[in-house]
Design a protein around this ligand. Structure first.
Ligand code: ZN
Ligand code: ZN
Length: 163
């Protein structure tokens, strides 16, 4: 156990007074309730035992009042938080915009055209077939760059990885 630890967590305490030595001490309310239901004893810091007694009606009434107050406070904080959220929500970055084809550098585009030209079907010794316009052309890479840059840009990069 580390006595140095501090926390902001709220713990409801039952404040008891030891009938033997008169010291007042706090017992977590949940622990107290468990002791009451089991008929177990509670010990004061000096070790005097006393049976855990159910709370008296007036104590219950007071606790009820405190709980109602707590509920009102929490509701107030919740309303505030919701109002703040409503103000902040429009400022929050929206989900990533739909993926647009990233503009390629001229070098990348040229490389892609070369790869496509390399893989294009031949038509005779010097002509290759353009996959986009299905024409046989010489200097296919130049043709691709000039006429099909947009289509080539939107193709997934993985297509252009040479084995
Ligand atoms: Zn005591
Ligand atoms: Zn073409």
């Amino acid at each position: 156990m580390n006595d140095q630890t501090t926390t902001d967590a709220a713990i409801r305490l039952r404040i008891l007074t030891c009938p033997t030595c008169g010291v007042a001490f706090g017992v977590p309310a949940a622990l107290h309730a468990a002791a009451v239901s089991k008929g177990a004893s509670i010990f004061c810091p000096s070790g005097h035992s006393q049976p855990a007694r159910p709370e008296r009606p007036e104590e219950l009434l007071q606790q009820n009042f405190l709980l109602l107050e707590e509920v009102a406070t929490l509701r107030f904080h919740m309303d505030n938080a919701e109002r703040e959220l409503a103000i902040l929500r429009p400022l929050a970055p929206t989900a990533s915009p739909p993926a647009e084809p990233v503009p390629l550098t001229p070098a990348e585009l040229k490389h892609r055209c070369k790869v496509l030209a390399l893989r294009a079907g031949h038509s005779g010794p010097t002509k290759k077939i353009c996959r986009f316009c299905v024409k046989a052309l010489g200097e296919l890479d130049v043709h691709l760059l000039r006429n099909h840059a947009k289509e080539i840009e939107s193709m997934p990069a993985s297509i252009f990885v040479l084995p």
